[in-house]
Design a protein around this ligand. Structure first.
Ligand SMILES: [Zn+2]
Length: 70
């Protein structure tokens, strides 16, 4: 037995290209002719976002619906 410690418990999202941790940032998305800024995890190096644009649009659509509900 050795005292090897592995620290895999904490999940850090990182860019698969740059291998650096991603951070929250505003991402501009154009949807139905309107520009929206959403907070997404993105890579500060290459600008890659964690979620796909498709998912981001869906998330935005939910926000839109929430607004309309009021
Ligand atoms: Zn990157």
């Amino acid at each position: 037995m050795n005292g090897h410690k592995d620290e895999v418990a904490k999940q850090n999202w990182q860019c698969y290209k740059c291998k650096i941790p991603m951070s929250m940032g505003k991402v501009k998305i154009t949807y139905m002719g309107n520009d929206f800024n959403i907070d997404l995890l993105k890579c500060s190096e290459c600008g890659l976002t964690l979620v796909s644009e498709d998912l981001a649009v869906r998330k935005m659509f939910e926000v839109e619906q929430t607004l309309e509900d009021k």
